[in-house]
Each structure stands twice: as C-alpha cells, then as structure tokens.
Ligand binder design. Structure first.
Ligand code: GDP
Ligand code: MN
Ligand code: MN
Length: 248
C-alpha cells in the first residue's frame, strides 16, 4: 500500500470543479482510493461564510457568555450561532461546543474551521459529505473518502477521520472470521474509512502544505463483509446519553 499527495493543487475557490482539478494532476488507477480533506470540498461547494452571516440569537449569546466565563477567552456569539445552525443538537456547551451534525458526525464546533481560510471567514463542513464523496467518486471512477481533522475523547491530539465516503463500505466486518487460534471473531468491525482517513491525513498535513488530496494505491478491501455503519445510532451511544446529563 502506498499513499501520495496529488501535487500542485491551487487554492480552491467556490464553484471550482474539484474532481477536474484532481484529474488534471494525477492519473488515477484501478483500485485507488482518493482521500480528500473536507476543507477543499467545502471551499469548492461554497461553504465559506462570514461572521456577519450569523447574527446571534439569544441562545448563542448565552452560550458565548458562559464559554467566556469558563475559559476566560473572548467568544464571538456569532460563532456560537453558526455552530447552532450547523447542529442537530449540542451535547456540551462548555468548556467547548460538542455538536451532533445533521449527517451524524459528532465533533467540536460542528467542524467549522477558521484555519486555512482568510481571517474572519468561517468554513462549514460540506452539507452532506457522503453525497460530496459520491459526486467525486462518480466523476473520478474511484472510491472517495472525505476527511476532517478531529479530536478524540481520552487522548490528546487530533487525527484524520472520515466524515463522508462513497464507492466502498465504511467498515470491514470481521465477525464470523477466525483468529490464528481458530476462535471466531465476535465483535470486530474495522472502520476502514477512518483508518484510510488517518493515513491520508498524515500525508496531507495540517498547515500550509497545500496537499488536501491523497491517493491510496494498492490497498484492497479484501474478502470481507462490508458495513456502512460509522456514526453510532443515538440508542447505541452511551457516551452521548451520559453527556446529555452532564454539565460543566
Ligand atoms: P481539514 O483537515 O479538512 O480541516 O483541512 P486542513 O485545513 O487541515 O487542510 C488539510 C490540507 O489541505 C493541508 O495540507 C492544507 O494546506 C491543504 N489545503 C487547505 N485548503 C487548501 C486549498 O484551498 N488548496 C490547496 N492546494 N490545499 C489546501
Ligand atoms: Mn477541518
Ligand atoms: Mn486537517
């Protein structure tokens, strides 16, 4: 398995044909998977906004006041408004906003970025990253994973995760297969789109590298059952349930 970045991609602008930009710079081969940072998918889809686009309502102002009191940092209530508008639910309002996005991904600030965008701009996640992945996949004729950098509970540091995917299942289901001692595996469902996203994010970098698209070559899903479950259903999520009763 080999990963390499698509070279020479420009600053992506709203309305840009991202599939075309990639296809002009790399020859994709049968069996490749393209991992692409949500940042550039969002830019191409015009998900770039300004603070002024989110006049703060009462709840956003209360959230910002609370955050300011808890963190000691100045908080713009319009940012809280943007997070609220991008979220189905806030699981925590302090010490940070942990949001359930409309497409099921749970992340801080609903994944709204203020890096790799001009000052004062807010970059929202794609509205439906799997639909974005599907469009790219149809154009490029390879599976596509849309990634984002996200924090994790229990660990310091952030990592790449899949926020959308198309052309391959989210997971390899190992259940029913055997380990080296012949025991049947009962629970292992390997989230391959997250693992590909983590590997690709390592190549993409986080700063000014300019390498948002990464080709994964010579990796194959193999002979396993697939599953498209990635985002835990509410009723299966004890952490989400616990956070609803928790306050900071
Ligand atoms: P995220 O993880 O999806 O939030 O994206 P990041 O902001 O961490 O950026 C991932 C990679 O994409 C880094 O190498 C950035 O330098 C690069 N990047 C971000 N925006 C652009 C862009 O418009 N054009 C190019 N060529 N690279 C970009
Ligand atoms: Mn991001
Ligand atoms: Mn990143």
């Amino acid at each position: 398995m080999e990963l390499f970045a698509v070279p020479g991609l420009p600053e992506v602008q709203p309305g840009d044909d991202l599939a075309g930009l990639v296809a002009d710079r790399t020859e994709l081969a049968d069996g490749d998977v393209l991992c692409v940072a949500s940042t550039v998918v969002s830019k191409a889809e015009g998900r770039v906004y300004e603070y002024a686009d989110f006049p703060a309502g009462e709840r956003a102002r209360a959230i910002a006041d609370h955050l300011e009191a808890v963190t000691g940092d100045e908080k713009d209530p319009r940012f809280a408004q943007a997070v609220l508008e991008e979220s189905e639910e806030l699981l925590t309002e302090a010490p940070f906003l942990l949001a359930v996005t409309r497409f099921g991904h749970i992340t801080v600030n609903a994944g709204i970025d203020r890096s790799n965008v001009p000052d004062g701009d807010l970059l929202l996640l794609p509205e439906d990253p799997s639909a974005s992945a599907q469009r790219l996949s149809e154009r490029l004729d390879v599976p596509v994973v849309v990634t984002d950098t996200s924090g994790r509970p229990f660990r310091y540091g952030q990592r790449g995760v899949a926020v959308g995917w198309a052309g391959l299942p989210a997971s390899r289901d190992w259940r029913g297969e055997r380990d080296r001692d012949g025991r049947e595996l009962g629970v292992t469902v390997q989230s391959v789109v997250d693992e590909l996203a983590g590997a690709a994010n390592l190549v993409a970098g986080e700063g000014d590298d300019g390498t948002p698209a990464v080709v994964v070559r010579d990796w194959s899903f193999g002979d396993h059952d697939g599953s498209n479950n990635l985002f835990r259903a509410d009723e299966d999520d004890i952490v989400r349930a616990a956070l609803r009763d928790w306050s900071f």
